[in-house]
Design a protein around this ligand. Structure first.
Ligand code: HSE
Length: 300
């Protein structure tokens, strides 16, 4: 009894929808191999691709901790599993790295036990993993990693998550500048109070983005992806952020912004070639600042 599960990277916030919008990309992503064991309990036998950064201790690792939470919930302490985690995406990149691992682990245990829970029912367990990883159980990475595509978290209490349609020909250019931005810190710097005039701009843009997704209108999507609440503060964590935006928009990007809490940045484009060009030009500018980067091009 063994299973191999892939879960994708995700872009949370989608610029204007802090904590409420996210989408999955085709690649990169993480892989979990899970095997049933005779002995009850959870072990982690192997983690690859993490440069030794993730804990093998099952109590401290987000994958095993959420699997344990799941087994406790279904009241099956008799079950034993061993986990191998293969990180195939950068950690601390703002691409939902912990979410991808957690979702892969939960999907694996649920499948091994005959799909006891629906994907919707798995979501709260994945959110618990996020809480462990960065101090707050937000769903805008885990929900799209679990469901695929675009997801709106309409409400956290009660949890109400909606899958959104999106245009077929929408591509995503992602650049991960190799600087460290822990989500925990990037959350702490945000102001907790907002001005009404800013809120008006923000909810206009969120409604515009969601409308654009339904109407399959890339131009409406692009012009709605502006953020007056979070980006002005977090952009200082990203080297030459506003220059990178200019470069992306000049090279076929219809939008540009921070992926999740950063430091990755992303652009939507209308075709794959433009996405390739945007990643190349943005990475070249970072290189001119002596900052290495990793780039990804994906359909949505
Ligand atoms: N919505 C979260 C944040 C996503 O911006 O902090 C973290 O990846």
């Amino acid at each position: 009894d063994s299973i191999n599960v892939f879960a994708p990277a995700t872009v949370a916030n989608v610029v204007c929808g802090f904590d409420i919008l996210g989408f999955a990309v085709n690649q990169p992503g993480d892989e979990v191999v899970m095997r049933r064991t005779e002995k009850p309990g959870i072990t982690i036998s192997k983690i690859t691709g993490d440069d030794g950064r993730l804990p093998l201790d099952p109590a401290r690792n987000t994958v095993s901790a959420s699997v344990k939470h799941f087994l406790d919930h279904i009241n099956r302490p008799d079950i034993g599993v061993d986990i191998e985690l293969h990180k195939k995406m950068p950690i601390g990149s703002g691409l939902g790295s912990s979410s991808a691992s957690t979702v892969a682990g939960l999907f694996a245990i649920n499948s091994l036990l005959g799909n006891l829970l629906t994907l919707e029912q798995l979501l709260p367990f994945a959110m618990k993993g996020e809480e462990l990883a960065c101090g707050y159980g937000h769903a805008d990475n885990v929900a799209p990693a679990l469901f695929g595509g675009f997801v709106l978290v309409r409400s956290y209490e009660p949890l109400d998550v909606i899958r959104l349609p999106f245009p077929e020909s929408l591509y995503c250019a992602i650049v991960f500048p190799e600087v460290d931005v822990p989500t925990r810190d990037a959350r702490q710097m945000i102001r907790s109070k907002v001005l009404l005039k800013d809120a008006v701009i923000q909810w206009g843009n969120i409604a515009g983005l969601v409308s654009g997704l339904f109407m399959q209108d890339p131009d409406l999507i692009g012009r709605s992806m502006k953020d007056v609440l979070v980006e002005p503060v977090r952009s200082i964590l990203i080297p030459d952020f506003y220059k990178l935006r200019e470069i992306a928009l000049e090279n076929g990007g219809i939008s540009f912004g921070i992926s999740g809490s950063g430091p990755s940045v992303f652009s939507f484009t209308k075709d794959r070639e433009s996405a390739g060009r945007v990643t190349q030009k943005v990475a070249a500018h970072l290189a001119s600042l002596n900052i290495g980067s990793k780039t990804f091009v994906s359909a949505i």
